[in-house]
Design a protein around this ligand. Sequence first.
Ligand code: 4NP
Length: 150
Amino acid sequence: MVCLGNICRSPAAEGVLRSVVSARGDAGRWEIDSAGTGGWHIGQLPDKRMRVHALRRGLNLDHICRQVHGSDFDDFDIIVVMDSDNEQNLRAMARTIADEDKIVPMSAFVSMATRYDYIPDPYYEGAEGFELVLDLLEDACANMAEALTR
Ligand code: 4NP
């Protein structure tokens, strides 16, 4: 799961997907992590606002922020990006066509009615922005787990 800062959207996506696969009794088959294209918050817990909103839904986000690196293309089968900036950055980092083929937008798994074709950055938004991100991620991660285990 990749976003810009790795303190809002991608650690939330990591937490939501962990919860989804755990509820499916499938956690052992998944290796789930998150990272940011930017390095400003390395070593930090997720943004307090995202932790509070996630906790209201029963999700404890305890990921420690890290920056994405080239070896992530070796370590993971898919790299899920939250928006088109993340996608462009990851495509620039890809070393091979096979690396590029691993990059998938989270929006591809969203099925709920929404005006967004990406996961909008909530960093400069209020509570509604964080709730929207969690709504989109819960929908998308359920569909992703279903699609990838089918
Ligand atoms: P994220 O949100 O990409 O969802 O983690 C952001 C967090 C921090 C910053 C930007 C976006 N920042 O500029 O520090």
